[in-house]
Design a protein around this ligand. Structure first.
Ligand code: TRP
Length: 331
């Protein structure tokens, strides 16, 4: 049995990239009987960037409904909000004292976000990876599926865990990160060399998994390609076309090779329409389920509560083990 842990921030929209690269893969992992899966909404991480309270609240409810709509199942997995399980903040504090300022200063995401939010370089932004380490280590996690941009945070998690273990013995399981083969890097439709990101200033670059069909068609029609005419999978030289082929492969459940073969002879414009149609079909049942769930707030809250209870039972054991090793008086 492997313990799988991952989380996503409830900020802005859930993009097609999040859907394909994260939650849809999580659902597949959950349905493998050898996995014990724990998935969280990383809502404590989200306030490292200032949030509007009403919007933040709405996003948290919406993302929790999106988790369920994609088929994450509270009977099979633990699905919860990070802020409902106080052990995350507590372990993050303890781990802070085993983490060096220099290490945090070197984190690529911290440097990027500091440049982007120069007026709000708060301690939380710098401490973000330590909180993430706490998330992962609380659950004796074996595997952490993440996008490429988060691999550095997994490395620092491993460093911190190993450092603690070297001092106190076997306290934490040292986890491994991995990027799922399918959809680890869905790129912007407008700048296919950079990740499809919810903070993309160009809205045409990003598909929201809740976009209505006509919007999806419009955005794919505008997708940036190249001046060539051949359909080939070559992310380096044909980033735009390769991104479209990758999305199409996931949406139709076929391999890249098969997808490339199926699309031979298509004009770029026709390829774009084919991708749009497949994405619309892939998202249709999910969007219907989302619309049903988002109106059932009581139900969502009861699932979230149950998830938090299960999570905190596991988290408390790990936290106690560490506190005892440090020398705290624990009851
Ligand atoms: N930092 C991750 C991201 O933005 C989200 C996250 C928070 C996470 N805690 C985690 C991912 C623990 C994996 C494991 O994508």
């Amino acid at each position: 049995m492997k313990t799988i842990y991952s989380a996503i921030q409830p900020s802005g929209i859930m993009t097609l990239g999040n859907y394909i690269g994260a939650v849809n893969n999580w659902r597949n992992m959950q349905n493998d009987k050898d996995n014990k899966c724990i998935f969280a909404l990383a809502d404590l991480h989200t306030i490292t960037v200032r949030q509007n309270p009403e919007e933040f609240y709405k996003n948290c409810m919406s993302f929790y409904a999106l988790f369920q709509a994609v088929g994450l199942d509270a009977k099979k997995s633990i699905i919860y909000l990070q802020s409902h399980v106080h052990q995350h903040s507590e372990l993050a504090w303890l781990l802070n004292c085993y983490t060096y300022v220099g290490e945090m200063n070197r984190m690529t995401q911290f440097k990027d976000k500091s440049a982007k939010h120069a007026d709000n370089i708060n301690m939380g932004l710098m401490d973000y990876p330590v909180l993430m380490a706490a998330d992962i280590l609380l659950y004796d996690t074996d595997l952490v599926p993440v996008g490429y941009d988060q691999l550095q945070h997994i490395e620092i998690t491993r460093d911190i865990a190993t450092r603690v273990n070297n001092i106190y013995g076997d306290i934490f399981k040292v986890p491994e990160g991995f990027t799922p083969k399918i959809g680890a890097k869905i790129t912007s439709l407008q700048d296919p060399t950079s990740k499809m990101s919810k903070s993309d200033p160009n809205p045409n670059g990003v598909i929201s998994c809740l976009d209505p069909p006509e919007v999806i068609v419009k955005k794919f029609k505008k997708a940036v390609t190249d001046s060539d005419t051949t359909i080939a999978y070559d992310p380096e030289n044909k980033a735009g076309i390769s991104n479209l082929l990758g999305i199409l492969a996931v949406a139709t459940g076929k391999t890249i090779e098969q997808t490339v073969e199926d699309c031979q002879g298509l004009r770029y414009g026709d390829l774009k329409l084919r991708v749009a149609d497949s994405v619309i079909e892939m998202l249709r049942p999910f969007q219907e389920e989302y619309r049903r769930l988002i109106d059932s707030k009581d139900y969502l809250m009861s699932c979230a509560k149950e998830g938090a209870q299960k999570a905190s039972e596991i988290a408390e054991k790990t936290l106690k083990r560490f506190k005892q090793a440090i020398g705290y008086v624990v009851d």
